[in-house]
Design a protein around this ligand. Structure first.
Ligand SMILES: [Zn+2]
Length: 351
């Protein structure tokens, strides 16, 4: 079968590899649509980092490069291994790609997204969604209702990241929210906080396409630091500060803005993947008793995300900015996201 495999830095190829076998406990899927993640682009540019290099196999999968890519996908079930319940051949499914040991104290206490052995199907081994077929453990499969097509379902995985982040803020309804950065994760967080009952939501973003998307997806106010005096506008609109601020930027200026903007006893949630350590003003946190927390991937969020999509509470279709085939994966997918980043949110790929 054809599969998109990561061989190393700036080396992604379409290979012909053996079709995976469906063992007991596993489900075999024919992927239909698979999103390209910022982490895929990051691995292409500076990796392998998360992807295991030769000599350093992933502790659970035991695999190293070449690795099949694709962890944001949905498709049709073609075979169900012995012992897997609740799914049958022909079902449309979304994959929750977290690989974990299911055995350590973190996993057994319910926080499998924080397992020390954490890996991702499509980055750490066990195949991936950018292939004609994939085989995943039964626990990764979520059956889709008829009204969620597989192109939309390819966005369930990134949406679950935003959903989990919004849940970290423990919204009760009506809270004012600031989201700093409107890349794919900032935008899915916007959708999630709206669906979970947030009140006014302000998004801070620099690029034209993403500012437009934020407004289209329901932001009440979109501010551009190159045009607006963000601090002054926020102070006028929210004299006490906002209830919750999400940092989806991951740099000194974005975390500083998030911390400065929350009300006393407000909540700051970090959802960015940081490349460098930064300094920030812990002293200002003291005088507001600010709560700073972080959100990693997702954990028991997919069912709620699927319900929200099925009910029409969330519409992710505007996030799809490109549709390509396997053959275009490098130039029309990964490199397009590198070179033309501001024009895109999510490019999805069809075999
Ligand atoms: Zn574990």
């Amino acid at each position: 079968m054809r599969a998109v495999r990561y061989h190393g830095n700036r080396d992604v190829r379409i290979d012909d590899i053996p079709e995976p076998m469906c063992l007991p406990g596993f489900v075999k899927i024919a992927p239909e649509w698979c999103g390209i993640c910022g982490s895929d682009v990051h691995e292409y540019l500076v990796g392998p980092e998360t992807i295991p290099s030769v000599g350093e196999p992933h502790p659970i999968t035991g695999e190293t490069v070449p690795i099949v890519l694709g962890h944001e996908y949905a498709g049709t079930v073609v075979e169900v291994g012995e012992g897997v319940l609740g799914v049958k051949a022909g079902d449309k499914v979304a994959v929750e790609p977290i690989i974990r040991d299911n055995d350590c104290p973190t996993c057994t206490s319910g926080h499998y997204n924080l397992c020390p052995q954490l890996g991702f199907h499509g980055l750490s081994g066990y195949g991936g969604g950018l292939a004609e077929y994939s085989v995943v453990p039964g626990y990764m499969v979520h059956v889709l209702p008829d009204n969620i097509p597989t192109d939309v379902a390819a966005l369930i995985e990134p949406l679950a990241v935003g959903w989990h982040a919004a849940k970290m803020a423990d919204l009760r309804g009506g809270e004012s929210v600031l989201i700093v950065g409107a890349g794919p994760i900032g935008l899915v967080t916007l959708l999630a906080v709206k669906a979970q009952g947030a009140g006014r939501v302000v998004v801070v973003e620099l690029t034209a396409t993403r500012k437009r998307k934020a407004a289209e997806l329901g932001a009440d106010l979109v501010l551009d630091p190159n045009i607006d005096d963000v601090a002054a506008v926020l102070a006028a609109e929210f004299p006490q500060g906002v209830d919750v601020a999400f940092d989806a930027g991951g740099n000194a200026r974005t975390i500083e803005l998030a911390l400065a903007s929350v009300r006393p006893r407000g909540q700051v949630v970090n959802i960015a993947l940081w490349e460098h350590p930064v300094e920030f003003d812990m002293f200002s946190m003291l005088f507001k008793e600010s709560n700073l927390t972080a959100s990693c991937a997702y954990c028991n969020d997919h069912t709620e995300v699927i319900e929200a999509l099925a009910a029409g509470t969330i519409d992710v279709a505007p996030l799809i900015t490109g549709r390509i085939s396997f053959d275009e994966i490098v130039t029309g997918g990964i490199e397009e996201l590198m070179n033309n980043r501001d024009a895109h949110v999510k490019i999805i790929v069809h075999p």
